[in-house]
Design a binder for this molecule. Structure first.
Ligand SMILES: [Zn+2]
Length: 187
């Protein structure tokens, strides 16, 4: 396991996926021990700031009655509804003031698991001179998985920070780790 201050360098970005109240214990779609990623990510944030590495943070941001919700025969209970407390970033996550935020899941006609899915993020990272992306957040087997796979498809080196991500199910997490490794992610 690499220590963030030893590995972060110019051309890197830290990408924090969906560390929002609804995905943590007490939220609408809680991931078991999901809040335990927060102190780990805070260490990475501190190291990123010290190294001049930019921090990006995505958020799931659904309109009420989104098609991904069970009431519309989607797979999930209602979660991360726009402007609710559940959609807010975890209060202990120390996002720097200049964090670049990525909003996804706001489309009425489809869900977006990946922070790269129709958000323009890949173009922005290239514009910012980013070659390598360090990724952590929630959930390992859903939005983190999709984000890591898309980062690779877009030509970035992708590092998953394994102790900064937790899955919805253990089985799903193990499968996601295999898929990410096979696709070329460093874990
Ligand atoms: Zn969602």
């Amino acid at each position: 396991m690499s220590h963030p201050t030893e590995v972060l360098q110019p051309g890197d970005a830290l990408l924090i996926v969906d560390v929002q109240n609804d995905f943590c214990p007490g939220g609408a779609l809680p991931i078991e021990r999901g809040d335990e990623v927060v102190p780990v990510l805070n260490r990475w944030i501190d190291a990123a700031r010290a190294a001049g590495v930019p921090v990006y943070a995505s958020r799931d941001w659904h309109p009420a009655g989104h098609l991904s919700f069970e009431e519309r025969e989607g797979p999930w209970p209602p979660h991360c509804v726009q402007d609710t407390a559940g959609a807010a970033f975890h209060p202990d996550l120390r996002l720097p003031p200049d964090t670049i935020k990525i909003t996804k899941g706001a489309r009425f006609d489809q869900d977006q698991y990946s922070a790269f899915d129709q958000t323009g993020l890949a173009d922005q990272l290239r514009r910012d001179g980013i070659k390598r992306v360090w990724i952590g957040g929630l959930a390992l087997d859903v939005c983190v998985r999709a984000t890591v796979l898309d980062a690779l498809k877009e030509g970035f080196a992708a590092h998953l920070i394994p102790d900064a991500s937790l899955p919805v199910t253990r089985e799903g997490g193990e499968k996601a780790l295999r898929e990410m490794r096979e696709a070329g992610a460093e874990i």
